[in-house]
Design a protein around this ligand. Structure first.
Ligand code: FMN
Length: 213
């Protein structure tokens, strides 16, 4: 991989100025998600989620953004997974979106809290049946002996729920991330990128500061 050090890209598509940025970071995120949806409709809601273990080691993985409001952003997962256990011990998380085609990155810091069961139930009911069965099958993040374990358990769960709606497993559901910080990054030419951060104060007002690239 000798050419890794030689890859060069000049970012010149767009700019992010204080005069253009929404006062509210959730509105700004929605605006950028709408743009990303146009160029990458299959992956625009993929975000990297970071948690930390009890030794302070970060863990990162991609999850899908499933809801956005003016208070938080929502994703769904297995509550007993590595991320679920880490969030239970330490709800402080990081989130990152990267939209290569738009030369944009968004960085979020906040705290994750489980959504109400009724919200998880409603979302689970919209998932394809195969995914609903999959949620029962997979003890996410546990070590398994082989792929056959999954195939056998899938057959068992299909038989268990034959002819009935698949209920949401009690160990599966959503988290809302309540952000305390956002940063919007727009690539600019000559490495002089735009970086606008949003911090929230005690009155829940957001204020914008520019960061050096
Ligand atoms: C594009 C993409 C989307 C994903 N979406 C989700 C998701 O919404 N929820 C989820 O639990 N895992 C999702 N995953 C799998 C996670 O990245 C990860 O492998 C899994 O959640 C286990 O993580 P953990 O062991 O750190 O808990 C996705 C992976 C990719 C590549």
């Amino acid at each position: 991989m000798k050419d890794l050090g030689l890859v060069r890209k000049d970012y010149s598509m767009q700019q992010l100025l204080e005069t253009d940025a929404h006062e509210n970071p959730f509105a700004q995120l929605e605006h950028w998600l709408e743009d990303a949806k146009k160029v990458d409709p299959d992956n625009y809601n993929a975000m990297t989620l970071s948690t930390v273990d009890d030794n302070g080691f970060p863990n990162t993985r991609v999850v899908l953004l499933r809801d956005l409001s003016r208070r938080g952003i929502v994703f769904y997962t297995n509550y007993q997974s590595i991320k679920g256990k880490e969030i239970a011990d330490n709800p402080k998380i990081g989130v990152n979106f990267f939209w290569s085609d738009l030369e944009r990155q968004v960085r979020i810091r906040g705290e994750a809290r489980k959504v109400d069961d009724a919200v998880s139930d409603a979302y689970f009911a919209t998932r394809p049946r195969e995914s609903q069965i999959g949620a029962w099958v997979s003890e996410q993040s546990m070590i398994i002996a082989s792929r056959e374990v999954l195939e056998k358990r899938t057959k068992e769960m299909e038989a268990r729920f034959e002819g009935v709606d698949v209920p949401r497993p009690p160990f599966w559901g959503g988290y809302t991330v309540f952000p305390i910080y956002f940063e919007f990054w727009q690539g600019r030419t000559g490495r002089l990128h735009d970086r606008l951060s949003y911090r929230v104060d005690a009155d829940a007002d957001w204020y914008i500061e520019r960061l050096a690239p």
